[in-house]
Design a binder for this molecule. Sequence first.
Ligand SMILES: Nc1ncnc2c1ncn2[C@@H]1O[C@H](COP(=O)(O)OP(=O)(O)OP(=O)(O)O)[C@@H](O)[C@H]1O
Length: 479
Amino acid sequence: MKQPPSKNLQRILLVDDEAEILESCQRCLLSSGYHDVITENDSREVMNLLAREEVTVIVLDLRMPNLTGLELLPQIVAKYPEIPILVATANNDVDTVVNCIKQGAFDYLVKPIDVKRLITAVRKALELSSLTNELSTLKQYLFTDRLDHPETFGSIVTGNKNMRAIFQYLEVVSGTRQPIMITGETGTGKELIARAVHELSGSTGEFVALNAAGLDDNMFSDTLFGHRKGAFTGADQARDGLITRAAGGTLFLDEIGDLNEMSQIKLLRLLQEQEYYPVGSDFIKKSDARIVLATNRDLLERIKQGKFRNDLYYRLCGHRVHLPPLRERLDDLPLLLDHFLGLAASCLGKKKPTPPPELATLLGLYPFPGNVRELEAMIFDAVLRHPGGVLSMESFRAVIGDERLNSKQEPQEAATVGGALNAIFGHFPTIDEVEEYMIREAMRRAKGNQGLAAKLLGMGRQTLNKRLKGDGRTAAAEA
Ligand SMILES: Nc1ncnc2c1ncn2[C@@H]1O[C@H](COP(=O)(O)OP(=O)(O)OP(=O)(O)O)[C@@H](O)[C@H]1O
């Protein structure tokens, strides 16, 4: 039986009759992060080896005794057309190269093999191979509508067919080492998806998340890449960055639409070469962390504004999923409503309330700019204030507004929101005023319990605590 390569490992086969060449190419690929490199010095054994073991890419010397690479190439192509083959030729003979490409070789290398060229060519061949695999697996998924690991998506409550298609796509691409980009409005579940990708990839390492919003380049580089001792005033000790913690696992970079130019360049290097420099160090380091990225910004718009690099954008486009906003998957509302009612009730130590039958329909009229997070906060609030029996619609009305419930039309909606804001503040408020108001109101409703207030606000407890303490705003003091 064939020996499959372990998940995520892509097996490279080097075929050459010269042991020294095999050894040096193998060493160079291993040190570049390719962990599964096997060799064969007898060309007559290659077909047996391929029948025995799964191989992703082959580097094939053309000049070998007994059976030359030129003779072997068509045999491999005929039996294993999915394996990209890089031929190694001793001279830069155009005719030979053209002949090999015509016979199905993917690319060629000139001997003595240049290390950089070998690594680039192998990387490209592996990318091609994983794309081919993805395509054929996707075709199968399309015809069978199956999910191999539904349990991985257990924390993502949905019955929506677009979300299911996203899960299927993720099952296919999670096996590759290519970065995955997740876009979608705030609160649509991007982090949940990133965690599912981590689980699917079968990595043994940790899932490590970094929110890049508000980080300048120094903070971004230091947090992600770490620093060497003495790199800057106060750097008394060398310190590893999050990328080290994510070794063998997944690095989730959130809000990458906010990264500044310098950080974008560093991220591009990391994605392209899997390389980085700790702050203050000239020694390059390698990372094998799987990278998942997310943003709720429109990156094409950021490119137009000159705030996001084109090359980085295209690098991110390989594997991309876009999570639809909640208002575009209203079929999920009843499921989510039921899920969060149960969750809120058990968190608050209450009996799960029965929702009024019209609640899901009414919620469907609201655009949910904060998506699932907003719905979750709304339901926690309602359950918190719920005395027993059937859940009251009042707390939902208070947030959504009666008139808004009756209309989906933009201008009317704006007028209603504007009207509501004016009624509360007496004028059109600033963001800070709204934030102060929200924090004060959440603390009041949660009777001073910061954990609950944070849940209502859809923010982390620590973030709320910082706001309450840190910036000396009046709302914090009053709350
Ligand atoms: N389909 C879902 N089922 C259950 N919970 C969900 C779902 N989608 C989102 N959530 C919950 O909503 C909240 C927000 O989710 P998450 O942090 O993954 O969103 P996000 O898109 O990463 O948000 P942001 O862009 O603001 O970082 C979390 O509490 C999460 O558990």
